[in-house]
Design a protein around this ligand. Structure first.
Ligand code: GAR
Length: 191
């Protein structure tokens, strides 16, 4: 069995897509743990509803969080860590020990970096009158949204799109792409 850990800070609809594909048999994997920095993240409720263990980050400094997660994760078998709407930086211990991927709701390198998450990204795309946006899966390194790009999906921006309508289109494409990338890791097509 291929073992995933998913990090999520908010709603967790991306986590839900992974859970759904595991439960319907299209992803031959399990989720060992869902990690959140936010005790109120709905992602934690989604995990619990599916019998998945959860962990809430306790420390406050970057170094302490890295050490804490390194210790916690050492208790689980892990093939891949997926950041699915996780807003904290990942520290050097985790980067050295694990393969981590992140999904980001824009065509990186555009509209990435600190503060660029969720609706902020889509609003910036609209404000810049972009004709297209999309979703990117990339490896995680020590800088926000700067790791090497694994795959991108393009989504057209309609003239009447708002940040909310664009978010829903991008997120639909993003979930399909992320599940396919995870499947490629499971099958050794990506590593
Ligand atoms: C997703 O679109 C994800 O790409 C984005 O937040 C959303 C999370 O939705 N992540 C970032 O913007 C990270 N920079 P969810 O909580 O419903 O899965």
């Amino acid at each position: 069995m291929y073992h995933l850990v998913v990090f999520a800070s908010g709603n967790g609809s991306t986590l839900q897509a992974i859970i759904d594909h595991i439960e319907d048999g299209t992803l031959l994997a399990d989720i060992q743990l869902v990690v959140s920095d936010n005790p109120n993240a709905y992602a934690l409720e989604r995990a619990k509803a599916h019998g998945i263990a959860t962990y809430i980050l306790q420390s406050h400094t970057f170094e302490a969080q890295d050490a804490e997660l390194s210790e916690v994760l050492s208790q689980y078998p892990i093939d891949l860590i997926v950041l699915a709407g996780y807003l904290k930086m990942i520290g050097p211990k985790l980067i050295a020990q694990y393969t981590l991927i992140n999904t980001h709701p824009s065509l990186l390198p555009k509209y990435g970096g600190k503060g660029m998450h969720g609706l902020h990204v889509h609003q910036a795309v609209i404000d810049h009158h972009e004709l297209e946006s999309g979703a990117t899966v990339h490896f995680v390194n020590s800088e926000y949204d700067k790791g090497s790009i694994i795959r991108q999906t393009h989504v057209a921006v309609a003239p009447n799109d708002t940040a909310e309508t664009l978010a829903s289109k991008v997120q639909a494409a993003e979930k399909i792409q992320l599940v396919q990338v995870i499947d490629d890791f499971i099958h050794g097509i990506l590593s």
